[in-house]
Design a binder for this molecule. Structure first.
Ligand SMILES: NC(=O)c1ccc[n+]([C@@H]2O[C@H](COP(=O)([O-])OP(=O)(O)OC[C@H]3O[C@@H](n4cnc5c(N)ncnc54)[C@H](O)[C@@H]3O)[C@@H](O)[C@H]2O)c1
Length: 460
């Protein structure tokens, strides 16, 4: 075997400078630097098909959910979990596969050489320091949304992650992994709903978060409120469907109904403007959870993607409800023919799949229901039968897998193969930027331009 040699001094210097600069931007504490110095610069990327050994940091609501869902994902082994709270650590152990070690200090978990990857599901204000330390420790990292909390963290994490291209950085925006949303994106790309000019999204609750002491979500110094916790998912959908990031945002938020000591808004209304004039209109309120989609059959959250030739209504599933995706084609303009008013045929693409008149909903067809030349007679007949039942409302198409399982599976796969995640660093940072600037727009009552982020959080 060739003898291991130290890297040349020039590359060592480069690595040191990179780390020094990252640390400067990050404002990292001396203790964290000392800790990071003891860690390998880059975690060994394991061979394809090997088991990925992971740890979960933060075993509150979301961490427990991930641990439960990891049970349906092959190719991983939970080696350790961590939480500062005894009760949640215990609950985490109850959900976790593989009987992992339980620790209270995340640095202890990051110090373990048998851990390749970490999942971070802690409160927003801790995302950056823990993600930073995980990357410095050489771990592949999955961090929940919203990825970071402050403008300086956007810049620092970009630098840290880009300096470590072999380490996976994924963010918990699971709609990117949903078959329904991916199909909607394909429909948009194929022009099936014309030019997409508007997205309306809402996540309304009643009564929303209830005040409890030490609830980080209600404390503005620790949380981005409704914008970070809820809107972040849906702004990401708008960015994805438009294929752009916003140009500016305006908004109105208030603590108008829950005057219980919280410092985050209990209702927000936002408008994001995109470069070609497209708008994303957003509502999150905590006094009514009616959803003006799906004929009022669901509550709380969903998105309406509006094009010149059609509309898609879409929402993710919950543990109790399936994901839904409906397609409406746009009734054509009224034309006068021989004294009679008729509706001009709608988009030619719409007539391909449509069976009804304008305004009637058709379910979005997932890949498993698309008929192709490869299908045998029986398979074709089954698909046509299913589609007929969908069109009659007797059956609804269902995703074969929960997008959370798919995103965790994809994370482990990226760790094995180096494949870039669908919800990668830039998707996460764009999303966090939208959250930070939307909150600023509401706080300062002004139009906030997205290029302002470039100057924010940087020393003059
Ligand atoms: N993608 C989604 O759909 C989704 C859904 C829910 C929550 N989340 C995100 O997950 C994150 C956690 O939310 P939650 O609902 O689980 O919150 P939670 O308050 O229920 O849990 C957070 C846990 O982190 C622990 N913690 C705090 N600081 C820690 C530290 N330094 N080291 C170790 N553990 C620490 C807390 O003790 C708590 O148990 C948030 O960022 C939230 O936005 C995402």
């Amino acid at each position: 075997m060739p003898k291991k040699t130290n890297p040349p001094a020039s590359s060592r210097r480069k690595a040191d400078i990179t780390r020094r600069e990252a640390v400067k931007v990050a404002g990292v504490t001396t203790a964290a630097v000392a800790m990071a110095a003891g860690f390998p610069r880059i975690q060994k990327v394991r061979a394809a098909n090997s088991t990925v050994q992971y740890g979960v940091i933060g075993t509150g609501g979301r961490g427990q959910y991930h641990l439960k869902h990891f049970k349906s994902v092959d190719g991983g082994k939970c080696v350790a979990i961590c939480d500062i709270d005894d009760a949640n650590l215990k609950k985490g152990l109850g959900e976790a596969p593989d009987n992992p070690a339980a620790v209270k200090d995340y640095r202890e978990l990051l110090g373990r050489k048998d851990i390749d990857a970490v999942v971070i599901a802690t409160p927003l204000y801790t995302h950056f320091p823990i993600t930073r330390d995980a990357l410095l420790a050489g771990k592949h990292t999955f961090c929940e949304k919203s990825l970071v909390f402050k403008a300086d963290e956007v810049h620092a994490l970009r630098q840290l992650s880009n300096d470590r291209p072999k380490q996976v950085m994924q963010v918990g925006l699971q709609r990117r992994y949903s078959e329904f949303y991916q199909t909607a994106k394909q429909m948009v790309e194929k022009g099936m709903i014309g030019d997409v000019t508007h997205v309306y999204a809402q996540w309304n609750r009643n009564p929303g978060w209830v005040y409890r002491k030490n609830n980080w979500r209600l404390d503005k110094t620790k949380s981005g409120g409704l914008t970070a916790e809820l809107a972040s998912h849906q702004v990401d959908v708008a960015d994805w469907m438009f294929g752009h990031h916003p140009e500016f945002v305006v908004g109105v938020g208030g603590i108008d109904y829950h005057k219980d000591g919280r410092t985050v808004y209990d209702n927000i209304q936002l408008i994001f403007r995109y470069p070609k004039g497209q708008k994303m209109m957003y509502s999150s309120i905590s006094t009514n959870k009616h959803l003006c989609m799906f004929g009022g059959t669901r509550t709380e959250f969903g998105e309406v993607i509006m094009g010149t030739q059609g509309t898609i209504e879409i929402t993710v599933g919950t543990d109790n409800e399936p994901a839904l995706g409906l397609w409406f084609y746009e009734p054509g303009p009224k034309v006068e023919t021989a004294g009679k008013t008729k509706e001009k045929a709608a988009a030619s693409s719409a007539t391909l799949l449509s069976t009804g008149r304008g305004g009637r909903a058709l379910p979005i067809l997932l890949a498993k229901d698309q008929v192709s030349d490869q299908d045998g007679f029986l398979s074709k007949e089954m698909k046509f039968a299913r589609r007929w039942l969908y069109s009659k409302g007797v059956m609804t198409p269902e995703e074969t897998r929960n997008p959370v399982d798919i995103q965790l599976d994809a994370f482990l796969n990226s760790v094995r193969t180096g494949k870039r995640p669908l919800a990668d660093l830039e998707v996460g940072l764009a999303d966090s930027t939208a959250v930070i600037l939307a909150n600023l727009a509401m706080d300062e009552g002004r139009r906030v331009f997205f290029d302002e982020i470039n100057k924010m959080g940087k020393k003059a």
